[in-house]
Design a protein. Structure first.
Length: 359
């Protein structure tokens, strides 16, 4: 009887396995890789010097695209990375370490304050504090920090040279823009003297200018963060401004602040005038937020494509950054916010349709 054997196969049969999705490692609720990447991008923007005001966008991206834990982890990594690089740079160039702590103070403050604005910890416990109020409180902290840094460095030769160079640049650009009008150029040359400009800049900064500048920086970075989240993560984040209402008594605070400005100017009491101008700036920011909420509410009543919503955010940023347009646009928003004290612009429809949820 012949030996019958089962023929062996030449190669094992491969059974196709379903592909596993790549999942970002998560540790204690933190998206590790995105947090590391966002921190690295933030530090790179800080060290590049251009465009330095956008170094907060990666942190907002983490807050809105992931969660507040990831945003805070990225913030701490960015602050630590910037500190290590700054310290290493001072070791390589010993002459640059005189104001290292002021540099670290400014950037660390901006990182921490902005992350608190966009991703506050224990959000349920601080639910009564809306994004608009957090932005104003953060702007106050930022303005006070910048004021302290300026006070410490204002008598140094380097700071004076920086201010003078910026004033001379502003003066030359303003004079050049007048064209060939000899009389107007002569008047501007007298008014835009660099020393006079430095004094004017300092006066404006004390009277609400510094507060408004910090508010604009935080707001623009927040809006750019929302745009990036929509484009990259495909996540639509509801804007808390759509439900924001300023306190009814704010109109009286604004009125008293304007009286304080008038009284301080007439009597020459500078501290009264400075405090009053800053209160006017805070009231204006709140009414701007209320006006923005009205516009967002009107837009939410219509279903707009995502691309148009991104375009509207970019248009808003352009309006704020355009010197010749922003005053009219912001003034109209502020008046709209004040008018809501008497005109109910955000009345829900009778069919019970709901508006976009807040963040």
């Amino acid at each position: 009887m012949a030996d019958q054997r089962i023929p062996e196969t030449s190669a094992p049969i491969d059974i196709p396995q379903p592909k596993k999705k790549r999942v970002n490692p998560v540790f204690l609720g933190v998206a590790v890789l995105p947090a590391l990447l966002s921190a690295a991008i933030s530090v790179a923007i800080i060290r590049s010097g251009f465009p330095v005001f956008f170094f907060l966008v990666p942190l907002g991206f983490m807050a809105y695209g992931y969660n507040h834990r990831s945003a805070w982890a990225s913030t701490l990594l960015a602050a630590g990375g910037n500190g290590v690089i700054s310290l290493g740079w001072t070791l390589v160039s010993p002459g640059t370490g005189a104001y290292l702590w002021l540099n670290l103070l400014y950037f660390t403050m901006m990182l921490l304050v902005f992350t608190w604005i966009v991703g506050p910890p224990f959000h349920s416990a601080y639910g009564f504090l809306s994004t608009a109020y957090r932005l104003i409180i953060g702007s106050v902290i930022g303005a006070l920090t910048c004021w302290y840094i300026i006070e410490v460095t204002r008598d140094t030769q380097g700071f004076k040279a920086l201010l003078k160079s910026q004033a001379e640049l502003f003066s030359s650009l303003s004079i050049t823009s007048t064209g060939t009008d000899v009389v107007q150029r002569s008047l501007l040359e007298q008014q835009l003297d660099p020393e006079a400009l430095i004094a004017q800049f300092g006066s404006i900064a004390l009277r609400g200018g510094g507060l408004a500048a910090c508010g604009v920086v935080f707001f623009i970075n927040r809006q750019l963060s929302l745009v990036c989240v929509g484009l990259i993560r495909r996540i639509r984040v509801g804007s808390g401004l759509i439900h924001f209402h300023a306190a009814p008594g704010l109109i009286w605070v604004l009125s008293l602040s304007l009286l304080g400005v008038l009284g301080g100017t007439i009597t020459g009491i500078a501290p009264l005038e400075i405090v009053a101008w800053n209160m006017v700036t805070i009231c204006a920011m709140l009414y701007l937020a209320q006006g923005g909420g009205i516009v967002l509410y009107i837009l939410s009543q219509r279903s707009l494509p995502p691309l148009i919503r991104v375009g509207l955010n970019i248009l808003l940023i352009i309006l704020i950054c355009s010197p010749k347009i922003n005053l009219l646009a912001l003034g109209a928003l502020g008046i709209l916010g004040i008018a809501e004290h008497w005109l109910p612009f955000r009345v829900p429809k009778s069919d019970g349709s709901s508006s976009t949820p807040g963040m």
